[in-house]
Design a protein around this ligand. Structure first.
Ligand SMILES: [Zn+2]
Length: 301
């Protein structure tokens, strides 16, 4: 259908009591898996990549954000549903500015243990730059704890303070605010305890759409409640990677030495491991879209 501003999608979601999903991709198959699910269910959607992953200094070969921007934007433009393209959670500015030039229409800066002054300064700059490019800025206030996926251990975080959040949004002009209300980054197993009262107060005081990160760790039953209380966008990443990897392992677990390699990668048929992973991930995304109540909202945006 179209490449649309992230603010349009979030405002529509907020006004119509559902949440728009952001499902983080890392390659072509994962990006298309998200769009497959959105098209199957007629859901508006936010696709994108992690700034910290693309820009990870430990990469054996550096990635070019222009490739990701061009790919994402074209996929969005060609989709049958409204799509926004987010460069999520980058921890330094150059990649975000280049991301805007590369075609992303939404960006988000994060920095571990950043001072409030730093976040205000960076987001003021980013809002000016992004708005000039007709793109949106999401920011995060408070700090989500992060789970170590391998050990299950969690770092400490801090909840979002409603008064500070209201002040921050006014001071910076950001278009959306990610809140820390008991949600956890990279947590598996739906173990986050969401503070609904805090969410209610944040919704009352903060004038922009609110975002919940760490969707993997939220109990399915809690989504209806957080959406009713004003969450307009939910981020999901970890579980998608888990499903993708598990499917690859399963598909490759059998003896593949005698199989035509073209059938395993590239042909897109029933033996294609990447197609199997894409389809499995797409089913997972569809499950979330139903929980977010965004099914059949695409044509109403
Ligand atoms: Zn996040």
């Amino acid at each position: 259908m179209s490449f649309v501003p992230m603010t349009t999608l979030m405002r529509h979601a907020q006004d119509h009591h559902y949440a728009v999903g952001y499902f983080e991709a890392w390659n072509v198959e994962s990006l298309l898996a998200v769009v497959d699910a959105a098209e199957d269910l007629n859901s508006p959607i936010i696709i994108g990549f992690s700034g910290m992953f693309v820009d990870n200094p430990a990469r054996r070969r550096p990635e070019d954000i222009y490739h990701y921007g061009a790919l994402g934007k074209r996929v969005a433009e060609r989709a049958k549903v409204p799509v926004a393209l987010l460069l999520n959670e980058a921890d330094h500015l150059p990649i975000l500015v280049n991301g805007l030039k590369a075609g992303f229409n939404a960006v988000m800066y994060v920095k571990e243990h950043a001072t409030l002054e730093h976040l205000v300064e960076v987001n003021q700059y980013l809002v000016q730059t992004a708005h000039y490019c007709e793109a949106a800025v999401e920011a995060e206030l408070g700090e989500l704890p992060t789970a170590d996926v391998a050990t299950g251990k969690m770092s400490s975080g801090s909840l979002t303070d409603p008064d500070q959040a209201a002040w921050f949004v006014k001071e910076t002009g950001v278009d959306a605010l990610a809140v820390a209300i008991g949600n956890v980054h990279l947590l598996e197993g739906a173990k986050s305890g969401v503070d609904f009262k805090l969410l209610q107060e944040l919704r009352r005081k903060v004038p922009v759409p609110l975002v919940l990160h760490g969707g993997t760790g939220v109990a399915p039953a809690d989504f209806a409640k957080v959406i009713d209380l004003g969450i307009a966008k939910v981020n999901v990443g970890t579980v998608l990677k888990r499903v993708f990897i598990n499917t690859l392992k399963q598909q490759l677990g059998a003896d593949v030495s005698k199989v035509d390699p073209h059938d395993l990668v590239g042909r897109g048929g029933p033996a294609d491991v990447l197609m199997a992973a894409r389809e499995a991930m797409s089913r997972e995304v569809a499950g979330f879209l139903r929980l977010f109540r965004s099914e059949n909202q695409a044509f109403k945006v």
